[in-house]
Every structure is written in structure tokens, then in C-alpha cells.
Design a protein around this ligand. Structure first.
Ligand code: B12
Ligand code: SF4
Ligand code: SF4
Length: 359
């Protein structure tokens, strides 16, 4: 089959399986990029990669941001991640059958082992975002998330790397991006991962892309990981019932995360969740706010940010269930807890509580 026809088949194939956007990047269009743009890292003879986005269910996002229903979005998120990995596998096998060695990429939770800190550095084998912006699946938003014209940032990315020499698709024109640097992604982030002023510029095949500079990844791991969730203002929280302080300096995030680890492990189970390979136990969906507020329509973005910041603070009941309430009520809820129960959520100056956490 000639190059154009095979490329068209591949694009159609992925659309038929439910992708809202699909594109093709090649070793040439990714040339000179950062290390996780190097297709040959996963397949030495690689020539091309098929990149695609699958939409999250917008209907579950409202109740998640209002802190009324966490489970529906969590389920949807894990489901779409599974679909993205499955789609990749199916396409890679189809290409294999056609005679092209191909490698499916999992949608998440796969890290390089050969960097100084190993898997804990969290460098991906391939950056699905680089492939997506390079091939025109979406733009980089200021948040660093890939944004799409119909579903905003609420998409899960996937990809297949192949030895097939496919026809690359162009990056989207920069002036078609809806990102107006409204900064609502940053205002919805309790961790401060995204630098408010500085940007990172990368180059892929001679085309420049930029997004906000990341501060320490540990910021997001501490908050999105669910160890803590109370915004430094004290006015609102993520779905995490943790209220350990969020440091100002990057260097203090490692110790803060370690100090909250025992408490995190001893909290009652929240519903469902999944076993992340870097976590000691389960990980529950408690944030993702920078992704979920970022809708193509600016008024909708503002509305979502209001939903999040106007829906109070989450606390946990002894049976594990979570409830959002105004911050004054939440403070009272914590104040009447036994010190050892309270120490699961915030710093308590009590020898008894410290003893409990050490056991
Ligand atoms: C590791 C990881 C994380 C880490 C690190 C984030 C990061 N910026 O790298 C943490 C835990 C913080 C994280 C958070 C989130 N993530 Co995440 N994450 C990933 C993962 C596995 C890799 C990210 C990545 O590409 N990093 C590399 C680049 C992009 O990061 P960078 O810091 O800009 O890189 C700089 C340097 O480090 C250097 N560099 C780049 N690559 C390499 C490699 C090496 C070896 C070295 C030395 C240097 C280097 O060059 C860059 C410029 O200087 C991807 C899945 C995948 N395989 O792509 C999902 C992914 C990016 N995550 C995703 C999501 C949704 C999230 C969250 C919203 C949480 C959530 N609810 O899921 C937040 C968003 C935070 C944000 N605003 O960016 C989605 C994004 C979807 C989208 N629309 O863009 C992805 C694509 C998963 C998916 N399949 O959809 N994530
Ligand atoms: S929330 Fe605003 S600034 Fe952030 S990525 Fe979306 S449009 Fe851009
Ligand atoms: S997922 Fe949450 S903690 Fe992480 S960067 Fe986005 S808003 Fe911040």
C-alpha cells in the first residue's frame, strides 16, 4: 500500500474507534525535540507515531468540580485511559499485521528507569503531549495541558509508534488556539505547579511551542496525589480531605510529602480508586482541576472556576465518605475530632497522635 493511502487508513481507523482528534508525527517533524520526543527510544527503527485524543465525559465534570460527585468522573477518567491504551494496542496490532513493527504506548503510569532518580523522576518514555501538538491534535495551553477546540483540555492522549513511513500532519496554526492566558488553570491549582510568569519553550522539527514553566513536579504529586488538598487561602479544597500546609518553596515539597505519607495511608479508604505503580496503596482522583476548568468557552471556564472555589472544603467521615462544606463548618468538624483521627488530616501537636501515626 502506498504511503498516502496507508496514512489515510490509519487516520480513519483511529477516528472510527472514537478519537476526537488524530494526527501523525514523524522522526523529522519531532527532530531536535526534548528527549521524550525521541521515537527511537521505544523502537530503534521507528519512523512515525500516530497520536490521538479521546474525550472525557463533560457531564461528570460539573459534579466533580462542585464537589457533589467524585466517583462518576473518577470512573470516566480511568475508563477513558483504559480505552486509549486499548485503542493503541489494537492499532499497533493492525499495523503489525500489515508488516510494520509497531509499539502501543500506555496512556499513563510508565516512566523511564535510566534517569538519575529512576522511575521517581517521572520522565515518560515518550511525551504524548509533544506528539499531540506536533501532529495537530491540539495546542499547548498555558497550563501545559493539550487543549482541543471541541473538548478543551478534557481529553486523554494516546499513541502508537511504528516503522511505517507515514505522511505527517501539520501542527495547528498558533493563532487558532483558544488559550487567551486567562490563568484560570493556575487559579484552580492549589499546588502552584505552573509558574505564574515564566514559560518553557521547546522546539519540534523547527516549530516552537510554549507553555508555563513547571515548578517542582512534587507540587502536583502532593496535591493531585491526594496527600493534601486545602488551598493556601483556606477557602476551598480539592477532593482530598488532607489539610497539611502547602509550602511556598519547591525544596520543601519533598519533606512535606514524606511527612504526610503515613497519615495518607491510614485514612479510611475513599471509594474505588486504582493502584498507581508509584504509590504505596491506592490513588484516588481528587484533582485534575487545571485540566477540567479549561473549556474552549471563556464564560464556561469562569463558571467552572467558581464552582470549584465556591463549593467549600472537603472533610472525611469515619466510613471513608467525603463531604464538602463551608470552611467554618469544616474547621469545627476537625476541631471536635479525637486527636489521633484529626492527625490523619492535619498537623496536630499531640504526643498521642504522633504515637498513633508511628505504629
Ligand atoms: C509524568 C506525568 C505527570 C507528572 C509530571 C507532569 C509533567 N509536566 O511532565 C505529574 C504527576 C505532575 C502530572 C500531572 C498531571 N497530568 Co500527567 N502525565 C505524565 C506523563 C506520564 C508524562 C508527562 C510528560 O510528558 N513529561 C515530559 C515533559 C512534557 O515535561 P516538561 O517538564 O515540560 O519537560 C521539560 C524537561 O523536563 C525536558 N524533558 C522532556 N522530556 C524529558 C525526558 C528526559 C529523560 C529528560 C532528562 C528531560 C526531559 O524538556 C522539557 C522542556 O525543558 C503523561 C503521559 C505521557 N506518557 O505523556 C501524563 C499526562 C501528561 N498527564 C495528563 C494529565 C491529565 C495530568 C493532570 C491534569 C493530572 C490528572 N488528573 O490526570 C496533571 C496536569 C499538570 C499540568 N498542568 O501539567 C495527561 C494530559 C492530557 C492533556 N490534555 O494534556 C497525560 C498526557 C496523560 C494522558 N494520556 O492523557 N503528570
Ligand atoms: S485555563 Fe485559560 S490560561 Fe489556562 S490553559 Fe486554559 S485557556 Fe489557557
Ligand atoms: S492536577 Fe491539580 S495539583 Fe496538579 S497541576 Fe493540575 S490543578 Fe495543580
Amino acid at each position: 500500500m502506498d504511503r498516502d493511502k496507508l496514512s489515510q487508513y490509519v487516520l480513519d481507523y483511529v477516528r472510527c474507534l472514537g478519537a476526537c482528534a488524530v494526527g501523525i508525527a514523524t522522526t523529522e517533524t519531532l527532530a531536535e525535540g526534548p528527549p521524550s520526543a525521541d521515537l527511537t527510544y521505544v523502537l530503534p527503527e521507528a519512523k512515525s507515531a500516530i497520536s490521538f485524543a479521546l474525550p472525557l465525559d463533560q457531564n461528570t465534570i460539573y459534579a466533580f468540580l462542585c464537589k457533589e460527585d467524585r466517583i462518576s468522573h473518577q470512573r470516566d477518567n480511568y475508563r477513558v485511559n483504559g480505552l486509549a491504551s486499548g485503542l493503541s494496542l489494537q492499532l499497533s496490532k493492525w499495523l503489525d499485521q500489515k508488516g510494520y513493527t509497531s509499539i502501543a504506548q500506555a496512556s499513563n503510569d510508565v516512566y523511564r528507569r535510566d534517569t538519575p532518580g529512576g522511575r521517581l523522576d517521572m520522565y515518560p518514555e515518550l511525551s504524548l503531549r509533544y506528539l499531540a501538538v506536533c501532529s495537530g491534535v491540539g495546542h499547548f495551553g498555558l497550563s501545559g495541558n493539550v487543549i482541543t477546540k471541541d473538548h478543551g483540555a478534557a481529553v486523554i492522549l494516546g499513541c502508537v509508534v511504528t516503522t511505517a513511513e507515514l505522511e505527517p500532519t501539520d501542527p495547528l496554526p498558533a493563532d487558532e488556539s483558544y488559550c487567551d492566558e486567562c490563568r484560570l488553570c493556575m487559579a484552580s491549582c492549589a499546588s502552584g505547579l505552573m509558574h505564574p510568569k515564566e514559560k518553557t519553550e521547546i522546539e519540534l522539527g523547527g516549530v516552537k511551542f510554549e507553555y508555563s514553566k513547571r515548578r517542582s513536579y512534587l507540587r502536583c504529586e502532593y496535591v493531585c496525589g491526594g496527600f493534601t488538598g486545602l488551598h493556601p487561602s483556606g477557602k476551598w479544597s480539592t477532593w482530598s480531605p488532607g489539610r497539611f500546609p502547602i509550602p511556598k518553596d519547591d525544596a520543601d515539597f519533598g519533606p512535606a510529602l514524606m511527612a504526610s505519607l503515613d497519615a495518607y495511608r491510614k485514612r479510611p479508604d475513599m471509594q474505588e480508586g486504582f493502584y498507581h505503580s508509584l504509590m504505596p496503596g491506592k490513588l484516588w482522583q481528587t484533582c485534575g482541576n487545571c485540566q477540567l476548568v479549561c473549556h474552549p468557552d471563556k464564560d464556561e471556564r469562569k463558571r467552572r472556576h467558581k464552582m470549584l472555589t465556591g463549593s467549600g472544603v472537603v472533610v472525611q467521615h469515619p466510613d471513608g465518605t467525603l463531604e464538602a462544606m463551608p470552611r467554618e463548618k469544616a474547621n469545627l468538624f476537625l476541631a471536635v475530632m479525637e486527636p489521633e483521627a484529626r492527625a490523619l488530616y492535619e498537623k496536630v501537636e499531640s504526643k498521642q497522635a504522633e504515637m498513633v501515626l508511628r505504629v
